[in-house]
Design a binder for this molecule. Sequence first.
Ligand SMILES: NC(=O)c1ccc[n+]([C@@H]2O[C@H](COP(=O)([O-])OP(=O)(O)OC[C@H]3O[C@@H](n4cnc5c(N)ncnc54)[C@H](O)[C@@H]3O)[C@@H](O)[C@H]2O)c1
Length: 365
Amino acid sequence: MRRRMIRVRGQGYVSILLRVLHELKQGGTADVFFALDLNYDQGFFYFIEKGEDNMQNDGKIVIIGAGHVGSHCAMALAWRSVCSEVVLVDIDQKKAEAQAMDVADALSFPSVKTEVRAGTYEDCADAEIVVIAVGEPRQPGQTRLDLLENSARMLRGLIQELNLIEISGIVVTITNPADIAADYVRRGLQMDRFKAFGTGTLLDTARLIRIISEETGTERSMISAFSMGEHGDSSMIPFSHISIGGQSFEAYSDLDKEKILHQTRMSGMDIINGKNSTEFGIGQVVSQLCLCILQDKKMILPLSVYLEGEYGQREVHCGVPCIIGRNGIEKIIKLALADEEQLQLEASCEIIRKHIALAQEAAPL
Ligand SMILES: NC(=O)c1ccc[n+]([C@@H]2O[C@H](COP(=O)([O-])OP(=O)(O)OC[C@H]3O[C@@H](n4cnc5c(N)ncnc54)[C@H](O)[C@@H]3O)[C@@H](O)[C@H]2O)c1
């Protein structure tokens, strides 16, 4: 943790205030600030702790499903001090308790104040964010859509439990198939589309940025790119909106669109083939999403949101870039897609739409 102490000699509170404002303007996000008037004539001391990841944020996040994904979300949230409390809920109570204890053990060196514990569905009532990570990992060779029937049945049971509770916070669904599951949960809980959404192509976007970084040798934060559409085999990439340090994708003549699209889509299965589940990547992107919500960051991330005419699409959930803040999704960003990209997005939406209907058949709400 970076702690800065600045001594201001022989000056008053106004000088101190100006120095603090200056620090904040330089990019500091002070969460701890105190001024100590030791001796007015000799000076004051004040401390500023800087850096968003060092901030201890308030707020309770409940994760339902304490498996590979849920436990890694808990770890990333706690490790980054995104909230003050992480609660793991699972139908296997012993598993939830074991995962919570294991994560809590990781928070002693260095010490992190976030409390991690097992809980029950009732914990969702006053949670700022409820993350739904129930389900089962894909098997090698399975598509996410192959998980549909089981996931829909699992989610139906969960929705019945959650409808007994009044959820006041935001609901984020991770369960695959992600877009269909997000739609199912939003409908089941009868929530506003900007308060109940799915992680969609957020993980695909993290993968895309990694791949472009590896291909170009560019630092990841200099790359702006989105994966959109289905979190699945029909996801698409609007290459016309990629910026690599201010340069367009086309400026890099060595880059191969088809190869990058294929690698982005296949990363999940490559990981599953090697270790039977994906967990670290999703844990980190969910912690970033929750950070944006709790800190009202207004970052633009792609999420699976119910579309009401955006991109010419209705009655479908799919991954599109959104501004994220304290209220959840604050705005859907409408990128001007090239004709070919628009057709790819439409094709992806058509697949999702078809499977939304199949989920409803498998487990009617
Ligand atoms: N959206 C993404 O980017 C993404 C990434 C990775 C995995 N996933 C998906 O996340 C889901 C979970 O994957 P995993 O690897 O953690 O599976 P897992 O089997 O390790 O864990 C799932 C957990 O959910 C629990 N569970 C089932 N029904 C429940 C209920 N009603 N209430 C509480 N807990 C319940 C199970 O007991 C289990 O512990 C799968 O659908 C997987 O495909 C999505």
